[in-house]
Design a protein around this ligand. Structure first.
Ligand code: SF4
Length: 470
């Protein structure tokens, strides 16, 4: 039943996690085809807020062409005696949760990358203006967070206004992120967990530490702390760090316990500083994904808005599908861009010495955090478009991974090795490859094997010759 009689559609937690397919959508706001998009929360003095005011700058929903995608911004301005700028990140992330309570309203991602769809059915029921959407947002903020005393909301669809506001939003995100840098995981007693994404990824819990930002890139350790203190029953909660089990991999007893409890026993062990064995779970709204490239024994990273295929031939969507849903997949790691600025960024795997490919846009963003002796040795899409080109680039630049190949090649010098599994062993054969979702590209088709386990009587490992060469 709807929470609000004057709103034309139902509103409730039951609609969290609702997906709206392209054919069922009235309009799309932001999303992958639209450049101008953001959501921002700002804390203001009391006298600058008109409580309950909803403003629409630009065309309203009913004026938008059915099936179209439009530029979009949401500005939430709040005031309260106990509110300060340190809580802006917390307020901002609630926009995602509250909007998803609305029937026929899908909100994905965060900050500069929001992606919204309004369903046709809800539009036909009367959800044809931002006015009722603003009312719902206002009421949920006020009822769920009493610390918010006054609130006004602005929806922006006018491209000129979006041009003016977008740099302001980007600057606000950057100053928030910068504040959280410098503190170490070993210097705090508590980490924070966030279960907001469980509506889409039931076994997912983000573990937010000073040196490991949330997957979505929208909640820092400071935001987690603030959120847990103002709304202890909310989706963000404190995780006592507990005993340090493995410093290198980033394993803490408190994190393991929290992951086990919040994932209903699905996840028992989380290693915070590695993409392998027990990596952090991946939800669905991570900003980027790290993926293992076996041919070079290195890791690539690709961000959500990257157009085209990553260096291994797979687009972000396929790579994301391989890990999303709250799973732990060896060699895949949904993560934030901010994590790349951390000294603990895949520290157990070799850190930046293990990163071999990153799109130029991301590399530019994090350049000053990449060690000077490796920064020019990491390929972008301009240096390598496939694994062969990547190998050649890494060799030419003498990337630190090349020394790793040499060390590994020494014991297995033979060009071709064949391993035959005995008949006796075959009865208890172990899978030679397992994957939550294994994509295979062949002849213009993509075949996805879900939860695949592949068994083989014989595994042949041989050097691949370039067939185009004479
Ligand atoms: S990605 Fe993590 S921190 Fe961000 S909303 Fe989802 S669960 Fe919370």
């Amino acid at each position: 039943m709807s929470m609000f009689k004057d709103i034309p559609v139902e509103v409730g937690v039951i609609f969290e996690g609702e997906r709206i397919r392209r054919n069922d959508m009235q309009v799309e706001l932001g999303g992958p085809t639209v450049k101008q998009k953001f959501e921002l929360a700002k804390v203001k003095p009391m006298n600058e807020i008109e409580d309950g005011k909803v403003t629409i700058i630009g065309p309203d929903l009913k004026d938008m062409k059915e099936g179209g995608a439009f530029p979009f911004g949401i500005l939430v301005e709040a005031a309260g005696a106990k509110l300060d700028a340190g809580l802006e990140g917390v307020l901002e992330r609630r926009i995602h949760g509250y909007l998803n309570y609305i029937e026929g309203f899908m909100h994905l991602n965060q900050r500069y990358d929001i992606w919204i769809r309004i369903g046709k059915k809800s539009f036909q029921k009367g959800l044809n203006s931002f006015e009722p959407i603003g009312k719902v947002l206002y009421r949920l903020f006020k009822s769920e967070l009493p610390i918010v005393e006054k609130l006004q909301i602005t929806f922006i669809t006018d491209p000129a206004k979006l041009d003016e506001m977008t740099p302001i939003a980007i600057q606000a995100y950057e100053s928030r992120d910068a504040k959280a840098r410098g503190l170490k995981d070993s210097e705090v007693e508590e980490f924070y967990g966030c279960a907001l994404c469980q509506s889409f990824a039931p076994s997912h819990v983000c573990v937010i530490t000073p040196q490991r930002y949330s997957n979505c890139g929208a909640i820092s350790w400071f935001d987690g702390k603030a959120s847990a203190s103002i709304d202890p029953k909310g989706p963000v909660f404190a995780i006592p760090r507990g005993e340090m089990i493995n410093e290198e991999k980033g394993e803490f007893s408190g994190v393991n316990e929290a992951a086990k409890k919040r994932s209903m026993g699905e996840v028992n062990k989380v290693w915070l500083y590695t993409a392998f064995d027990h990596p952090h779970t991946s939800c669905g709204c991570f900003e980027a994904i790290a993926f293992y490239i076996p041919e070079v024994d290195g890791l690539g990273v690709v961000q959500r808005n990257f157009k085209g295929a990553a260096v291994n031939g797979l687009p972000f969507s396929t790579l994301a599908d391989s890990a999303a849903g709250g799973r732990q997949i060896d060699g895949f790691h949904g993560m934030s861009i901010e994590y790349m600025r951390s000294k603990k960024f895949f520290a157990a795997d070799g850190g930046w010495n293990r990163i071999v490919w990153v799109p130029k846009e991301v590399k530019e963003k994090v350049k000053e955090f990449i060690p000077a002796d490796v920064v020019d040795k990491i390929a972008t899409e301009e240096d390598a478009k496939n694994v062969d080109e990547l190998k050649a680039f890494l060799k030419a630049k003498n990337h630190p991974i090349v020394a790793r190949w040499e060390a590994e090649a020494a014991p297995a010098a033979a060009e071709t090795a064949a391993v035959t599994i005995s008949e006796e062993a075959a009865g208890t054969m172990m899978p030679v490859a397992t994957a939550g979702s294994l994509p295979i590209m062949a002849g213009g088709f993509k075949i996805i094997l879900k939860d695949a386990k592949i068994y083989a009587n014989k595994v042949i490992i041989q050097t691949v010759k370039d067939e185009k060469k004479p």
